[in-house]
Design a protein around this ligand. Sequence first.
Ligand code: FAD
Length: 520
Amino acid sequence: MKINILGGGPAGLYFAILMKKHDPSHEINVVERDGPNDTFGWGIVFSETTLDNFAQYDRETYAEFMNAGQMRDFVVVRHKDETIHIGGNPIMGVARLRWLQILHKRCRELGVTLRFNTNVTDVSDYLDCDLLVGADGANSLVRKAYEAFLMPSIEIRQNKFIWLGTEQSFDGLTMMFKPAEVGLFISHSYRFSETHSTFIVECPPETWLKAGFEKMSDDETCAYLANVWKEELGGRSLLSNNFVRWLNFPLIKVRQWYHTPQSGANIVLLGDTLHTAHFSIGSGTKLAMEDSIALADCFIRCDTVEAVLPEFQRVRKPVVDRFQAAAVRSLSWLEEVEKYLHLDPVPFTYRLMTRSKRVGFNRLKRADPKFADRYDAWRKAQPQHGPIPDEFLDLFQKKSFAHLATLMPDGTPHVTSVYVDYDGKYILINSARGRVKDKNMEQRRHVAIQIPDPDNTDRYLAIRGPVVEITEEGADAHLDQLARRYLDKDFYPPSMRFPGEVRCIYKIEPKHVTTWNPFG
Ligand SMILES: Cc1cc2nc3c(=O)[nH]c(=O)nc-3n(C[C@H](O)[C@H](O)[C@H](O)COP(=O)(O)OP(=O)(O)OC[C@H]3O[C@@H](n4cnc5c(N)ncnc54)[C@H](O)[C@@H]3O)c2cc1C
């Protein structure tokens, strides 16, 4: 089989390696715009699980990586002049250029043809093959050329960021929050070599404008930011390599991952070309390389390219969708972080660590019991605002459907799905006169309610208690309020109501409250 790969980043190179290992008779060409010693950016990081995966697929590159990389165990958060270390988060950092060179060497050993300094301007020049792989990154030409079939979407996110380096050593994945005169700055840094750390700076657009970065030269930008972080950088400078450019993060998704025309080369996309994951969850390179693993695996299981490509999308897309969803939660949290800055360092760090919803209290406790205990002590010392624990109040802001159990006149249970609300004292249900639940609650004033988190159904609130009041007063206005939350509409649509319907609010006292978050 002849494979042309456009783009010699981690995705394209790793796919070339795995395919050549699978069948040395494949003719594989990688075409790359840059030279073998050019790169943008500084270091990249991988978690231990990702590295185990690499070990399984290619021992040689894994072994070289382990020699070149820097292992760290901590996430470090600096907020309000306090630094908190959270252990149990092992990551390995390496210079991006070093990682690419390891992949280049392995490609050459296996007989992959690498064509550097070749800027592709017309994809059709490379269609003389069985498979054309678009691995040409976030600004992909291949994706553009086939966009009518692939249906990409690109959402430009709010915050500005810039990828810099420094000789100051940041041991552990370090995030620092710095309110300056012009506004908030956030840094993401980690050590990736004996001498250097990556230092990404992120800020809201208002900060960026006020600081006047638009008119600054590269050197002025680095100097300005080094001054913002003077204390944390120990007076060291911030450095650039080919890439002093402020960007807005492009959130890329592609609906159809491949194109199989009636004749000619089949097309498939990999890595950043297909999807971007925000740097705050550090998974871009991991995802890119795991795409390559998944696609190469499909070539082992399926006989034809036409069978491989849909199989690749079937197995891989759900995994990528989950990661992207977590990355979006993470970047959205950072876009809104100013509303959490008033928090003390411990609760702030807890919110930060759990922002993507992939980590909850139990996972944090396994990773770093001491930090979890500190958070728990803080939480217990807080005045309880009502019968529902504060960390579950988010369920009343989301589109959470409650399962409401009432009793029929013959004593058998009845369950129904309802909108649910909470006024700080009572759980509020809104229904209409004459419905089964209305009759049941009028006659037997005890209910049970379960409210699962729509983002994670393992997490839920379970409540039992009496219906202390049923009132028509304010019920229509309350229904409109629920419509804003559940339907994104200003008013509950009249078409969804029965003629002459009389709405009621049912106030339930949460006498017994159970929370459940087993895997969080
Ligand atoms: C600020 C920032 C920080 C990041 N931090 C991390 C991190 O800590 N950990 C992590 O895992 N990931 C990180 N990433 C993400 C990571 O860089 C990418 O997700 C990863 O490199 C994707 O690999 P790829 O092979 O799909 O694409 P790329 O690495 O972008 O490779 C695409 C290649 O295609 C080449 N190319 C493009 N157009 C053409 C053309 N027309 N002709 C020929 N060649 C072309 C490019 O030169 C490039 O070499 C970060 C990204 C940013 C922006």
